[in-house]
Design a protein around this ligand. Structure first.
Ligand code: UDP
Length: 335
């Protein structure tokens, strides 16, 4: 039986992907250093999956430990989620982002090289496109990193391209995520990071709903969009996680390297997301219009056709269901 190693498997996307793998009876192990997730996620995931999770508290930069873990578990593929992921944080401490994201991935790839492992699924981001020249964005759109976080992801994509060129036996897929929101339907896992300065829109909205913030800052209402606020492609976490399971199947069967945009293809404005959340929760969310946030683009949404066609993957959740799922997570955790 094949075994997949999930680095950062207790994080937001990793844990939901693990839940689907377990449901499909696919074997996996998790590696995490618990730097940005709560420890009770282990027990929560065990409840969801009804199994003991085999995991290692190890940092991806510890190459020797990785080699041991890969050999011990006869790992056959890797999904690499482990990374620092805050755009604003990366502007303040770029070196840490290069250290953890780039050096961490190199360490993992070295461990894979030592053990003859050649199947790799990489967590990339729509941030690689920066301010897009056109929307919907396809994978051929030029890359234009606006911050160190995006730059680290591009560097890793380039490393992977070179590896694939040098050795055609490698099978690699890079999934460029748009904006994941929502939670597992059990209400046990969701977007629940340790770091408090997570400034993504949905977690910020939840802070207002749960009383830890008085109002939501809307960063700019003077963009050239229908209501002046920024437009993004929000995708449900289970849809995004399913894309990993589908891509894993794809790399198990096909060599070479591929890049996939993982989004719904629908652009949604900040105000639209707020209104939908208000509708599902029955609450009103006080907002304050503030200045544009540095480095933000006006509009960013995916053309997911390549993933639709090649991976045979498609998103299912609409905006209402996404907001409802985020709201259910809030309610079941009383945060
Ligand atoms: N946004 C906002 N207030 C917040 C956080 C985000 O108005 O407190 C806006 C932001 O300007 C962007 C959209 O919400 O238009 C999505 O931002 P997020 O940080 O969630 O994702 P990203 O910028 O990476 O697309």
């Amino acid at each position: 039986m094949t075994c997949t190693l999930l680095t950062g498997g207790f994080g937001y996307i990793g844990s939901h992907t693990a839940a689907i793998l377990a449901e499909n009876k696919q074997k996996f192990i998790i590696l995490d250093n618990f730097i940005n997730c709560k420890r009770d996620v282990v027990a929560r995931l065990e409840t969801i999956t009804n199994q003991n999770i085999r995991f290692y508290e190890v940092d991806v930069r510890e190459t020797e430990s990785l080699i041991k873990i890969i050999n011990e578990n006869k790992v056959s593929s890797v999904i690499h989620f482990a990374a620092l992921k805050s755009v604003s944080d990366s502007l303040m401490r770029p070196l840490d982002y290069y250290e953890v994201n780039v050096k961490g991935t190199i360490s993992l790839l070295q461990a894979m090289k030592c053990t003859g492992l050649k199947r790799f699924l990489f967590s990339s981001t729509a941030a690689v496109y920066g301010e897009p020249d056109f929307c919907p964005i396809d994978e051929k759109h030029k890359l234009n990193p606006l911050n160190p976080y995006a730059q680290t992801k591009i560097i890793i994509e380039k490393i992977l391209e070179d590896i694939s060129k040098a050795d055609r036996e490698w099978s690699i897929a890079c999934l460029r995520y748009f904006n994941p929101i929502g939670a597992h339907n059990s209400g046990l896992i969701g977007d629940d990071p340790l770091s408090v300065e997570n400034s993504n829109l949905m977690p910020e909205m939840i802070k207002v709903v749960t009383g830890s913030k008085n109002y939501l800052n809307v960063f700019g209402d003077d963009y050239e969009t229908s209501d002046g606020t920024g437009v993004r492609d929000y995708i449900h976490i289970m849809d995004l996680s399913k894309a990993h399971v589908t891509a894993l199947d794809y790399i198990n069967k096909n060599n070479g390297i591929n890049f996939f945009n993982i989004g719904t293809g629908e652009g949604v404005s900040v105000l639209e997301l707020i209104k939908t959340f208000e509708k599902v929760s029955g609450l009103s969310i006080p907002i304050k219009i503030s200045n544009r946030r540095e480095g933000d683009c006006a509009v960013c949404f995916a053309n997911p056709k390549k993933a639709n066609d090649i991976l045979k993957w498609k998103s299912n959740y609409d905006l209402y269901k996404m907001c409802n799922s985020a709201w259910e997570f809030v309610k079941s955790n009383k945060i």
